[in-house]
Design a binder for this molecule. Sequence first.
Ligand code: DAH
Length: 343
Amino acid sequence: MNEKLSSIKQEILDGIEAKATSRATAFELRKQFLDSKTGTIGQLMKEMKNIAPEERANYGKEVNELKAWATDVFAKLDEEMKAKELKAKYEAEKIDVTMPAKEYQTGNLHPITQMRNQLIDVFAGMGFEIFEGTEIENDYYNFTALNTPQDHPARDMQDTFYLSPEFLLRTQTSAGQIHVMENKKPPIKILSPGKVFRSDDDATHSPMFTQMEGLVVDEKITLCDLKGMLDVFVQKIYGEGATTRLRPSYFPFTEPSVEVDVSCFECGGKGCKLCKGTGWIEILGAGIVNKKVLENCGIDSEKYSGLAFGIGIERTAMLKYGINNIKLLFESDIKVLKQIDDN
Ligand code: DAH
């Protein structure tokens, strides 16, 4: 009998050695020996009834001792496995607080969007409201109502993408002026940003670009109002010291028309490469709204007058950020776009 019990003990110790690698396997092993119905020791207890009565007491004592020993061994094993598993878990979940943080790439607004937002901020500060027109226009709004009828030579200034004899991709946000004046009576003070399209393509021109139109119509609006507003605009965008100069020009929808220059913000007006030695940089077209345009929209041109201007957003951004090729703004090269983050 003693021999049998010692061999069971050895079997338990060998089993632990070979198989007990986790709490789960240790538990399985425990069941193999200690399960009251199927376990090896459980079976020995059941044998009791077949043992001769005079040996029964001794048999029972020895089996019970073995059972107590095995229970104790497995309890210790379970503790050991629990500690081992906890340690492994802590090891796996350990956080190295000295590790450098992962770098997250954050995007920034596109330079054209930034420029557009800055322009809106400047003019909203002067009380302008936003009107967004449509990119597909009809000939009347883009040209005729703006005093540019069919065969007018000024149509050649803009190479137009026609969609049909009547419809076209707007070549200028000036088209929005007409929609606004048809629907609203003075006082009017609107800013109209948006995409425009022309068949034009070189380092400073793109077939699609964006403009920001300004229109003010009220009593007694003069070129002085225009100059005052544009001075505020250039100071906010190009710096406190910037000022504007108006040169006579021609646009069919303004009379008089002007080309507006900003004092060179690179050299302060002394003359440099950027301003080609002149101290001035051309930035936009503007003027006093032609009486014919007001009348086309049913506005009394004796009582009211207006000023208008059209800013090229890409051009403004290229000058401000020193970009020499408009294509850089459309190629979506992260390395380029990341460098311009003003907002
Ligand atoms: N629409 C003109 C262009 O695209 C720009 C312009 C000039 C707009 C004079 C105006 C203006 O409102 O008064 O070339």
